[in-house]
Design a binder for this molecule. Structure first.
Ligand code: ZN
Length: 535
């Protein structure tokens, strides 16, 4: 089957498609189906309120019937899976496909079924296609053919080097959840599809750590059933934005790039392009803080490196000063530190001037702001006189530990470990959002506008989409640093002179006399990540 055939099928008049569908229906009908039910085709009486879910099983059911046994994974409990989904309130449309079914032909059938539901008034967000392995490939083809941004899809263990995709170019549309197990030897990340697709609305990838590979598909495991149910409940991206009540400014430190490995200009350029593509796609008005020492290559200013900064500016993003050589104010005399800050602004200031932008933000390396009030105040006065505002951080975290672990795993070609680290990263960051949202309420009685610190590294280049999705899911909108600093919380007294490079929320809390129990519950970096980072 080719695209033009499918397009012709869609252009058939609706009456015609509907009659054909009615003629084919011979299964029990449910008029009051909001309780859930199992149908083999779209019902004659369509309940517009019901959540409809297509379940497309794996290849083994085509070949060996509805309760096949794999020597490796055991029994494929097709009926149990469908019943579990019915019990979660879905009208499940699922049938055992005949042996030798052509995925593209079957996907065209699902497209027609979805069109019937849409035509009957079922909102697209109440339609979900869940496909496992071969069924997942059919779901991906369905998404490509249907081209509806609001229909939900769950692609389970179906991305990777399947021969199906050699003949069919996938272009995903809709809300796509990918689920696979990290020990699967065939199915891997859907990222290459995500990156090439043109109609993805929401996207997420869940990497299970059950270690049973393709075995996850064989039973209705809560590890995948729950994310599926959750995925069908989520509001549309636009809707989430309208009800947003949280705001965050996103900042990146250590520009142009902090890289454990690889370390060459081609790699830097690719990583920067990847990161910026995500930042721009999510319309995040980020600020990047530069260490100009990194513009040197063998002691000479490198055009290639300066170009990386131009890429940020060409993406309409702002740059700030992070000192020339990332000195530590806690171990450097004030005069030397000030000299390094000044040395760190020359290229950046020129580049900004070409865009008619001022250089207005300074971020302390290590977030170290001085071990005594005199030094701290003197440096802040120095910054003010040069037109700088300090760029504080409220959502502090250890993304750099994850990044080091991730880069090392990538360098030795250990994709399983890299994937495991990336999969742990977004939940870890979300736990920090949760923590600082609560800290903010504990201190101010409300959630302040937040400032997030990230680093310009390979991990964030690869994962920023997922991070941004997480923030949107939590109801955040992305604001400028300037906007964040308008929040009166940022005028709070800060006399913190401790050793830590800590969140400004905690500096304000300490200054306000908060002690021990106030700070409890800060998330920890998973042990395996610390170990993989080799720190
Ligand atoms: Zn830094």
């Amino acid at each position: 089957m080719n695209d033009s055939f499918t397009r012709r099928a869609w252009q058939a008049s609706w009456t015609c498609v509907l009659l054909l569908a009615l003629a084919a229906v011979s299964y029990p009908q449910t008029a009051h189906s909001s309780q859930g039910g199992w149908l083999k085709d779209v019902p004659r009486l369509i309940d517009r309120q019901a959540k409809h879910l297509f379940y497309l099983h794996g290849f083994i059911v085509e070949n060996e019937g509805i309760r096949p046994t794999s020597p490796r994974y055991g029994v494929y409990e097709y009926e149990q899976i469908v019943r579990t989904l019915v019990n979660r309130g879905f009208v499940v449309i699922s049938e055992a496909r005949p042996k030798g079914t052509n995925p593209e032909v079957y996907a065209a059938k699902v497209v027609t079924q979805i069109q019937i539901l849409l035509k009957a008034g079922v909102p697209p967000q109440n339609i979900t296609v869940v496909g496992a392995s071969r069924g997942g490939a059919i779901a991906a083809i369905t998404s490509t053919l249907l081209k509806n941004r609001d229909v939900n899809y769950v692609i389970m263990a179906a991305c990777g080097n399947s021969t199906i995709y050699r003949n069919f170019k996938v272009d995903l549309w809709g809300n796509i959840l990918s689920i696979y197990d990290y020990k699967d030897d065939g199915a891997t990340t859907c990222r290459p599809f995500f990156d090439k697709s043109t109609g993805v609305n929401r996207r997420q990838e869940v990497v299970l750590k059950l270690g049973i590979g393709h075995g996850i598909l064989y039973r209705p495991l809560p590890e995948w059933v729950e994310p599926v149910v959750e995925w069908t409940r989520q509001p549309r991206k636009g809707a989430a934005r309208r009800t947003t009540h949280r705001e965050v400014a996103v900042t990146f430190d250590d520009l142009p790039f902090v890289s454990v490995t690889p370390r060459d200009d081609t790699a830097y350029t690719k990583m920067t392009a990847d990161l910026l593509r995500s930042i721009v796609a999510y319309k995040v008005p980020a600020v990047g803080f530069v260490n100009e020492i990194k513009l040197l290559d063998a002691g000479e200013q490198s055009d290639a490196r300066v170009s990386l900064l131009r890429m940020w500016l060409d993406a309409d993003l702002e740059l700030g000063n992070h000192t020339f050589s990332h000195l530590d104010l806690h171990t450097t005399p004030l005069a030397a530190f000030q000299a390094d800050a000044l040395r760190g602004e020359s290229v950046t200031r020129n580049l900004l001037a070409k865009k008619k932008m001022p250089l207005r933000y300074f971020r302390h390396p290590f977030l170290h702001t001085g071990r005594d009030l005199e030094t701290k105040r003197a440096f802040e006065q120095f910054l003010r006189e040069r037109g700088y505002s300090v760029a504080p951080v409220t959502i502090d975290n250890s993304d750099w530990i994850f990044a080091a672990a991730y880069a090392r795993a990538k360098e030795r070609g250990d994709e399983a470990t890299a994937t495991r680290i990336a999969a742990a990263y977004v939940p870890y960051m979300e736990s920090y959002f949760d923590y600082y949202e609560r800290q903010s309420i504990a201190l101010f009685g409300r959630e302040t506008k937040q400032v997030l610190l990230l680093h310009a590294n390979l991990l964030n280049a690869d994962c920023f989409d997922e991070l941004a999705d997480m923030m949107l899911r939590r109801g955040y909108s992305f604001i400028t640093l300037d906007d964040a600093l308008q929040d009166t919380a940022y005028d709070s007294a800060d006399t913190f002179t401790g050793t830590g490079g800590i969140s400004w929320l905690h500096r304000w809390a300490l200054t306000a006399g908060k002690r021990d129990e106030f700070f409890r519950g800060e998330p920890a970096t998973p042990e395996f990540v610390v170990k993989e980072a080799g720190l």
